[in-house]
Design a protein around this ligand. Sequence first.
Ligand code: MLT
Length: 413
Amino acid sequence: MASINDNYLKLKAGYLFPEIGRRVSAFAQENPEANIIKLGIGDVTEPLPQACRDAMMKAIEDMGDRTSFKGYGPEQGYGWLREKIAENDFQARGCDVSPEEIFISDGSKCDCGNILDIFGKNNKIAVTDPVYPVYVDTNVMAGHTGDANEKGEYEGLVYLPISADNDFTAEIPSEAVDLIYLCFPNNPTGATATKEYLQKWVNYAQENGSIILFDAAYEAFITDPNLPHSIFEIEGAKECAIEFRSFSKNAGFTGTRCAFTVVPKTLKGKASDGSEVELWKLWNRRQSTKFNGVSYIVQRGAEAVYSPEGKAEISQLVNFYLENASIIRQELTKAGLTVYGGVNAPYVWVKTPDGLSSWDFFDKLLHNVHIVGTPGSGFGAAGEGYFRLSAFNSRENVIEAMKRITTTFNFAS
Ligand code: MLT
């Protein structure tokens, strides 16, 4: 019999979102009349921008004509898309990122996991707590951790607690770590990072030879003009950071699939013989071997994000979800709850009332008002006592969900 990767057996319950899905399906089966509103997984609901749809239609026509037909594309993505990204997302913000440093992919979740292919087995890895579970689970799968303790913390990982006490921004660790995952605007807490704060991390990474894995999938939701959108806006980041970006949340590509990862050519890691190796070369090699690129049609759709029409539509989409977040914040506050985030981010992070655990609050909302959110403890031990609501839904559903909460509960009393 073939042996398995035993590391999978170390994983705690199922991945968070399928687990929520399972509980919701069971409830729906028992209560078929319940009109369940899902504010759990951060999945977009509004239609793809017209500019992206038009570009994809045109690309389909290209595929129907021998002279413009495309077979395999470059594994790293088409040059025309990489150039648009470099210009608009980086150079326009004063970041020295070249198209060659941008690798188009089918998602940030995949890239966050796949990036571990190019790192060694013995790195010390730091994550915040709470955290996007993919960073932790992919390290468990890759054998970078021991077993989980009763709190669900894996042996070998360095957990950096984030809470209201530190504005949901982790303290710089006193010990040296090799890889650090940072996510801003933050999933799940909706917190943001200032340039000064990120500069401290970049300084730390440079002093310790660490690499920052910076997840900026929600950067489009930043409305505060003083906040950085990219780690590469920070002095020195090109020597110590990789950045993950996505078209999922800004342009509604969760079902269409397109993202990109920036690996600067100046970034180095150490081989076991002590020599320094460019991480760009390894990632390029990895992608060329294990990936055949994103479809031509989808990349044309992503390119349209940067057209004047695309930019206007995306800004409308982002504002729409931010307005949802603002309604959620306002109504939950009225219901007597303490809320965080949801200003420069599509997630509202709620303190559970009356000392309820995250899963108890999940059940209370599901059973009493048929609303689904995400229990904070699913994002890590320090997420216990919190609950995440996503602003990705129709206006009608958000208003209805908030009405159900405010008319059913008064948590202040
Ligand atoms: C979330 O709800 O945290 C996101 O949908 C996760 C993701 O984008 O993979």
